[in-house]
Design a binder for this molecule. Structure first.
Ligand code: F6P
Length: 543
């Protein structure tokens, strides 16, 4: 046992979890008429109802005591102070500075950063306005109508998710996103575009990522084959921490937009990584997105833990996973526009917290980060909700529901909202054998047929969920929502005593991909590969 799992605060939670089975959510609601009102919190227009979670006042107090033990408040303060909290990479963690106002005075590792942050934002806005107005045109004098972001991981998920959440089909210019090294994606995008009207934004923190470099090279070839080498200067922009490498690729220095090593890839949608959105959605809406995130930062930084939305959500996730034995975390946005939200969140949470050593490098004796997955409602109801309602395993759900529609058949929106609310109620309430028996009798079933039908129709209920209501899916509230989950991820890392900001686990696969690529090319290094991989390569070569 580690000092953490041996601590009084951890053991208190273990004891409380033993008593969990004795009282159901239905009983908790029956014995506490004020429960729904009390187990709720609100910030930046986002309303969190966590009354359908398997917590009560004593569990919440014990969770808050554990948060105190883990010095969560001090951890939050250290991030905002720009301390080097990403110790394994020797970096501060500064995504909150990317959406802070000019006069915020934030420093990272002791150095002021706000002037540089706003200098880049201003340059992005000037570039975006020039493209939108037609002051910046392509090499043949045509207006640029299509922006193609080429990037992967954090250089793709965030901006793509924001574009999907905030754009509509009439949006001009249009943004497109290419990530996969599978050429099917780039060729499908390019197949519908005109080189004379296309701008490529090559987005890569390192500017060395294999997939992005391959796609950027192919895009460049497509452009220059049609318009000549000189066109690159008017049709390519670069976003990176490595300015010289971007310029070496041939991108004009004026079109290079920087960010910094204190911005983690998966926390970077607010930086120049959002350039395609700044251009396609317009600087005004991009700044509203930043304002929403900043509002959530202020809430996170200044609100006591017991009312602090990211802290509450992290504590509940920790309780569900480490004490109630939840198998995974499900995210169900009831918003088609948030169809990419789960993908973004998967990288955010699982690349951040999928770790098995603590900040001192000691092996953990508790698991971190359940698999996080999900899909939009109501589609998800017709896919995996059967399992959520009736499988033996526990899969807590976050329902995310915008109350008002922004566009598109508003008369259907009440149906959407009603379905989300109904699912969380059904998971909680369940339906016992007596209720099923009564229902089936009313339908005319009786005797052995009725009895045989009952077990299949019983819902155990008592399945935890939270519901997050947003006023509507506008830029401000999308910003606040994303920042909420970023901070939830960070607080979870404090509860687990791990570093959320490195990702060494992706390195081995990258190294081996290089080795295998060489082996596939000139055959070098084949002998160093394992027998299974060698055999697979032989098969690949034989076809
Ligand atoms: O998936 C690994 C990773 O390093 C991510 O952390 C990052 O977001 C992604 O690759 C892309 O990296 P880059 O922006 O440097 O191309």
């Amino acid at each position: 046992m580690s000092a953490l799992t041996e601590s009084a605060a951890w053991r208190a939670l273990t004891q409380l979890a033993l008593a969990d089975a004795a009282v159901s959510l239905n009983q908790r609601f029956a014995s506490d008429p004020d429960r729904a009102r009390r187990l709720a919190a609100e910030a930046c227009g986002l309303y969190l109802d966590y009354s359908k979670q398997r917590v009560d006042d004593s569990i919440l107090s014990a969770l808050l005591a554990y948060a105190d033990q883990q010095q969560v408040s001090a951890g939050i303060a250290r991030m905002f102070a720009g301390d080097v909290i990403n110790a394994t990479e020797g970096r501060a963690v500064g995504h909150v500075a990317l959406r802070a106002p000019r006069d915020a005075g934030l420093t990272m590792a002791g150095a002021p950063v706000m002037p540089a942050v706003h200098d880049v934002l201003d340059r992005m806005a000037t570039f975006a306005d020039a493209i939108r107005s037609g002051a910046w045109r392509g090499a043949t004098g045509e207006m640029l109508t299509d922006i193609v972001n080429i990037g992967i991981g954090g250089s793709d998920f965030g901006p793509r998710m924001v574009w999907d959440a905030l754009s509509d089909p009439t949006n001009r210019p249009r943004a497109h996103f290419v990530a996969n090294v599978d050429g099917a994606q780039l060729s499908a995008v390019l197949g519908a575009l005109d080189p004379a009207r296309t701008l490529f934004v090559v987005t890569s923190k390192t500017f060395t990522t294999q997939e992005t470099m391959a796609n950027a090279g192919a895009a460049r070839h497509w452009l220059t084959a049609a318009l000549g080498e000189a066109a690159v200067a008017r049709h390519f922009a670069g976003v990176s921490t490595a300015r010289q490498t971007v310029e070496a690729f041939g991108i004009a220095p004026a079109n290079v937009f920087e960010f910094w090593d204190w911005v983690g890839g998966r926390y970077s949608l607010w930086s120049a990584v959002g350039l395609a959105n700044m251009i396609a959605l317009g600087p005004g809406r991009f700044r509203e997105l930043l304002a929403g995130a900043h509002a959530m930062d202020e809430h996170f930084r200044r609100t006591p833990l017991a009312q602090n939305l990211p802290v509450l959500m992290a504590l509940i996730a920790f309780w569900n996973y480490n004490f109630l034995g939840a198998s995974s975390q499900v995210i169900a946005p009831y918003a088609q526009r948030l169809r990419r939200f789960v993908g973004w969140l998967q990288q955010l949470e699982m690349e951040s917290n999928g770790k098995s050593v603590n900040r001192d490098g000691q092996t953990l004796d508790y698991p971190t980060t359940p698999a996080l997955w999900g899909d939009v409602g109501t589609n998800a109801q017709h896919a995996f909700f059967q399992m959520l309602h009736q499988s033996a395993a526990l899969h807590p759900v976050d329902f995310i529901i915008p109350v008002k529609p922004v566009r598109g058949l508003p008369e259907q929106h009440p149906l959407l909202v009603a379905n989300g609310l109904a699912q969380s109620a059904a998971l909680m309430r369940g339906k016992d054998a007596e209720q099923v028996r009564a229902e089936l009798s009313r339908q005319g079933l009786s005797g052995a047929t009725l009895e045989a039908a009952i077990p299949h129709r019983v819902f155990s209920g008592n399945r935890p969920s939270s519901t997050l209501l947003l006023p509507q899916l506008d830029a401000f509230h999308v910003g606040a929502l994303c920042a909420l989950y970023e901070h939830r991820t960070f607080v979870l890392s404090l509860l687990w005593n791990i570093n959320a900001f490195d990702q060494w686990g992706v390195e081995l696969g990258k190294q081996l991909a290089q080795q295998v690529t060489m082996a596939m090319g000139d055959g070098s290094g084949v002998a160093a590969l394992d027998a299974s991989t060698q055999q697979l390569l032989e098969r690949v070569h034989a076809r």
